[in-house]
Write a protein that binds this ligand. Structure first.
Ligand SMILES: [Zn+2]
Length: 453
């Protein structure tokens, strides 16, 4: 009998109970940015029970010990977990775990994968995460990225929709310039079965066609939808912004990946890319490739003439226009989502913060940027009942920051802890995730005589 009692008391005596799914976590003395308004609720206690936010109230100092873990979050800020809405798994080597670790360590608790390559089974990845077999953010995925050669007829369009439904993809992603008829049938058939169609713009058609999708990926698409004279005609572009806003479509700007391309072509900026922090998390062969003159953009575009201009000059001009147009869309209240199009030196996880910082540099308000990483994507994904804000009854997918992101969005990088499905990953655990990636990477260091992998 004695032993039995001791067994119950032991956790109290130690002060720490073995922490399990059913256990309780208290984040104490925390400043809460719920994302239901742009106010900060100061000095709160947030109770997490069974993976849900159970209670949020003013902090008290009279806590009794019990079967819960307490995190003293004095001076820190609690925000909803971040959504990365344009992710690609590009490196087969090292497995998906490499990317999932990078995403989690950077506060991404929901991710949308944006293509399925031949060597991948994206639905299987999603199911493995959902079942807890592998650790990762809530996972959504498109099917294979469909281009016009795969959608030449109405019949092909119908088949693709059918295939997506059978396989269980969450979205159907298309490229630009599909045959008009295939495009229209695709939209209609997908809508019948509740499959959202997303992707690039239909550049040869009036913008109204592209606005029928659920979201447009890349502000870059608006460069291709319009002639240069139109792009520089303020009245015309104002009417376009209005049309985009009325349509209710969501835009994923993906500016950072385009800025990287501009920098690949500029010698001094290119040199500086060697210093970007995130590059150390790339596979060594991949990193060397992207930082060398073999970089495909540098190789194919540097010194070339595009539309009568030097490519480097032209793309830099486009980037300026894109940032400006993005700000116009934001000011008009067009919903945005953060996505970074992970590719080359756009490294999963880290690039989410770089994208947010670039939007801030373009003039966007920090609260609006944070919305684009939290509540807007939750609403878009249809998960707003359980995700996107720090609210009672929602899933405990949260990020604890050292400083206030509403004052400077760069605060999102400075992560104290991530809470995924109610489980705390403190700074040490997040660093272990990053260390694992470095260890995987080290196993791929090419020997001096071998070719690039
Ligand atoms: Zn993409």
């Amino acid at each position: 009998m004695k032993l039995f009692i001791l067994g119950i008391l032991l956790p109290f005596l130690n002060g720490t109970a073995p922490y399990q799914d059913t256990d309780t976590l208290l984040i104490n003395h925390v400043n809460v940015i719920s994302m239901t308004s742009n106010e900060v609720l100061e000095d709160q206690e947030v109770w997490i029970v069974n993976q849900k936010i159970q209670r949020i109230q003013a902090a008290s100092n009279s806590l009794k010990s019990g079967f819960y873990r307490v995190v003293d979050a004095s001076g820190k800020y609690l925000v909803p977990g971040f959504h990365e809405m344009h992710f690609h798994w590009r490196n087969q080597q090292g497995g998906i775990e490499r990317d999932l670790n990078l995403l989690l360590a950077n506060g991404v608790t929901t991710v949308r994968n944006m293509a399925e390559y031949d060597w991948q089974d994206q639905v299987a990845i999603r199911e493995k995460i959902n079942s807890g077999e592998i650790l990762g953010p809530r996972y959504f995925t498109t099917g294979p990225y469909l281009n016009s050669s795969m959608l030449q007829s109405e019949e092909e369009a119908r088949e693709k929709v059918q295939l997506h439904i059978e396989k269980g993809y969450d979205f159907l992603k298309i490229a630009d310039n599909l045959p008009e008829n295939s495009y229209l049938i695709l939209l209609e058939e997908a809508e019948k079965v509740g499959l959202p169609v997303i992707g690039h713009a239909q550049r040869a058609l009036e913008i109204d066609y592209s606005l029928r999708m659920k979201s447009i990926e890349h502000v870059e698409e608006f460069v291709y939808l319009f002639e240069e004279t139109q792009r520089n005609d303020e009245n015309f572009m104002d009417s376009i912004v209005e049309e985009i806003k009325i349509s209710g479509i969501t835009i994923v700007p993906t500016l950072k990946v385009f800025e990287r391309i501009v920098y690949y072509l500029n010698d001094s900026e290119f040199k500086k890319l060697e210093q970007v922090e995130c590059s150390e998390y790339m596979l060594p062969g991949d990193r060397n490739y992207w930082l060398s003159d073999e970089n495909p953009y540098r190789k194919d575009l540097k010194g070339k003439v595009l539309f009568g201009k030097d490519a480097e000059v032209l793309l830099a001009e486009w980037l300026v226009w894109m940032k400006d147009f993005t700000l116009k869309l934001a000011e008009a209240g067009v919903p945005f989502m953060i996505g970074s199009d992970t590719f080359g030196l756009v490294v999963p996880g880290f690039s989410l913060h770089e994208e947010m910082e670039l939007l801030q540099d373009a003039g966007m308000d920090a609260f609006e940027i944070l919305k684009a990483a939290t509540i807007t994507p939750a609403r878009y994904l249809g998960t707003q009942a359980v995700e996107g804000t720090v609210s009672v009854g929602k899933n405990a997918n949260l990020v604890l920051l050292h400083s206030n992101p509403l004052e400077d969005i760069r605060a999102t990088k400075d992560i104290s802890a991530v809470i995924l499905n109610g489980k705390l990953m403190d700074r040490n655990s997040l660093d272990s995730l990053l260390k694992e990636v470095l260890e995987i990477n080290a196993s791929f260091i090419p020997s001096p005589n071998s070719n690039k992998d």
